[in-house]
Design a protein around this ligand. Structure first.
Ligand code: ACO
Length: 319
């Protein structure tokens, strides 16, 4: 037996950075950003910490699941950059929640939430756990070159959490990675060793946008086709399709090649931009809180990100 989702939550910083405000910082315009990406606003961290936002999302998910942190058997945080290099962000969250189970991070960039669910699936299948918390959060505003208009308009901060319990909600899941460090990467930054002769690079995101774009469309189509088939379903049976929210044009180009009804796509990129691992759980929590998920509904998810990684899955809503 694998897992079902028992509860969801999400959190994002208060500050809303609009396209208009960005246009005063770099040479861009609301029109360019909206038409090329679908993004209107994004949230950026000012006074909040990654931990506070992760804990807020986790508490919402625990509340809905009706369990306490003490009942968790596993915490996984999907993130590229927690508060510390060590300990893991999952351990920091664990401390704040008062949980006492194994906890560790998974870094698969924007695909991190789906990678974390596949890892959790292994623990459930081996009968090792009854409840798991997955938090997926990235703070991209602290990894962004705010003078580079080709990247800084795309990203935002935020993330979400799910509490998983034993069940048959997970119908199929598929991960890939293709060992590409050229088209999307962020260096670690300054080196501290006086012996190390390498030059530390600025720890900001570098991206060859058009390469990532092509990879994203091809692999979203491939991933969704595969997990829908593995789940024994037709694409028309997917009630809610939650794609990674990187660019509305990527979503539309992939959707044009798939047979999922267009009205079933969950899209919130306009208000959050690309929050990396946070995108899918934020969108999942929004549809859940809006009361749009009915027992038995099939939810498709598909993400792509640095690595280059992809993750796709089909989950049945069992609540
Ligand atoms: N404002 C105004 N003009 C801009 C901006 C901007 N913000 N950014 C780029 N331009 C200009 C370019 O300089 C270029 O000008 P030129 O023709 O004079 O040279 C022109 O606009 C076109 O640039 P392109 O890069 O060709 O624009 P494109 O239509 O490809 O859109 C984008 C760029 C939005 C980045 C697109 O390629 C994309 O979405 N790529 C995928 C991004 C993605 O999914 N990233 C995932 C990251 S996930 C993670 O791991 C964090």
């Amino acid at each position: 037996m694998s897992f079902s989702i028992l509860g969801t939550g999400h959190a994002a910083p208060e500050y809303i950075l609009s396209n208009e405000e960005l246009s005063t910082m770099v040479d861009t315009s609301d029109e360019w950003i909206r038409t090329r990406t679908g993004i209107h606003n994004r949230r950026v961290t000012t006074h909040e910490t990654t931990t506070e936002l992760c804990v807020s999302a986790s508490e919402q998910a625990l509340d809905e699941a009706g369990i306490t942190a003490k009942e968790l058997d596993l915490i996984i945080c999907a993130t590229m950059k927690g508060m510390y290099i060590t300990p893991s962000q999952a351990c920091v969250i664990q401390k704040e929640l008062g949980a006492s189970c194994p906890a560790f991070d998974v870094n698969a960039a924007c695909s991190g939430f789906i990678y974390a669910m596949d890892v959790a699936d292994g623990f459930f299948v081996r009968g090792k756990i009854k409840h798991a918390l997955i938090v997926a959060f990235d703070n991209l505003s602290n990894m962004t070159d705010w003078t580079d208009r080709s990247t800084c308009v795309l990203f935002g901060d935020g993330g979400g959490a799910v509490v998983l319990g034993e069940g048959d909600g997970l119908k199929s899941i598929y991960l890939t990675a293709s060992g590409n460090t050229d088209v999307l990467y962020a260096p670690r930054g300054e080196l501290t060793s006086p012996f190390d002769k390498h030059e530390g690079e600025k720890p900001v995101l570098h991206m060859v946008g058009q390469e990532v774009y092509k990879f994203a469309v091809t692999n979203m189509v491939r991933g969704v086709r595969r997990v829908v088939k593995d789940a024994g379903l037709e694409q028309s049976q997917i009630d809610h399709m939650i794609p990674h929210q990187a660019n509305i044009r990527i979503i539309e180009a992939a959707a044009a090649k798939l047979d999922i009804p267009h009205e079933n796509y969950v899209i919130n990129i306009g208000e959050y931009g690309n929050t990396s691992a946070g995108c899918i759980p934020i969108a999942l929590d929004e549809v859940n809180k809006a009361g749009r998920l009915k027992k038995g509904d099939y939810i498709g998810m598909c993400a792509f990100g640095a690595g280059l990684t992809t993750g796709s899955c089909v989950i049945q809503w069992t609540k």
